[in-house]
Design a protein around this ligand. Sequence first.
Ligand code: NAD
Ligand code: UDP
Length: 312
Amino acid sequence: MKKILITGGAGFIGSHLCKRLLDEGNEIICLDNFFTGSKENILDLMDNPFFEVVRHDVEEPILLEVDEIYNLACPASPIHYQFDPVKTIRTSVMGAINMLDIAKRCKAKILQASTSEVYGDPEVHPQNEEYRGNVNPIGIRACYDEGKRCAETLFFDYHREYNVDIKVIRIFNTYGPNMAINDGRVVSNFIIQALQNQDITIYGDGSQTRSFQYVDDLIDGMTKMMASSETGPINLGNPDEFTILELAKKVIQLTNSKSKIVFKPLPQDDPKQRKPDITKAKKALNWKPTVKLEEGLVKTIEYFNQQLKDKQ
Ligand code: NAD
Ligand code: UDP
């Protein structure tokens, strides 16, 4: 039985990871400050004696003895990471240092949940791991993008300087059950709007693209990465690319919604296109996503439908 620390474990991705690793027979410490995560996401796990919740902020050091660390603590939705940008940078940078210090002391393996945002508004398409990105360092997304870039730097410096066993994954847009109703990212926004027959809010003209990965595929990739001898960085995402307008239409169709599409201003530095090159993950991890957008959307719609009913 491995003892595994998951920071951000009460969040969207973290809660799925807690469940998977607990089901596989590990002991889990779920560390979270509950900024965007919630107890509801991990309620089902609370009765398990091998699941422990620690309310803590990764900005502060903490003494724990573990075999593996998945470092996910960080708000991921633009509205939440821009709410207190300085706090977001501190979370990424101080959080990385504090978790790397645990890994160094315990000789634990440590995986960093990095992001496709390190590529910024990319001039290379699709994005492979060699591309160094096009991030505006003083824009409103920089607190997240540069925080994550600095965390990657720290991971590689701890690896070179202290021989820490690191794994860096770059996650592309991921969606699924356990996203918060107020998350603010595109998939959950569109589904919630459609289920309530409210206007679907497209930012810009909807021609920007994203490639959406269902959360189960990501969890497979993350655990494969942890078990591998790779340091990364490795992209984990679904290369099927859609415009935001196509996504809106698909959600309306799958929910049989009466919603109309409305167009709102495009936020500053919003990337125009995004699609992962997953050649490296396929080769090194023998991993590729298997869930098609429509299939994943149906499951996510089911989840939000239930959530909305429970809240009535
Ligand atoms: P989320 O907001 O649902 O989860 C983040 C979790 O971290 C929440 O439970 C939150 O309460 C916790 N947290 C935030 N700041 C903290 C702090 N200072 N100390 C302790 N806990 C803190 O987002 P998510 O989509 O589950 O993202 C998880 C990780 O994956 C993040 O690091 C994010 O950057 C990364 N990621 C996600 C995506 C995606 O599409 N979902 C894409 C790229 C990268
Ligand atoms: N977006 C949108 N309507 C929304 C939320 C987001 O049109 O209600 C757009 C957003 O401007 C971006 C894309 O959808 O172009 C993906 O946004 P999200 O916040 O999900 O992720 P990110 O921009 O970080 O990839």
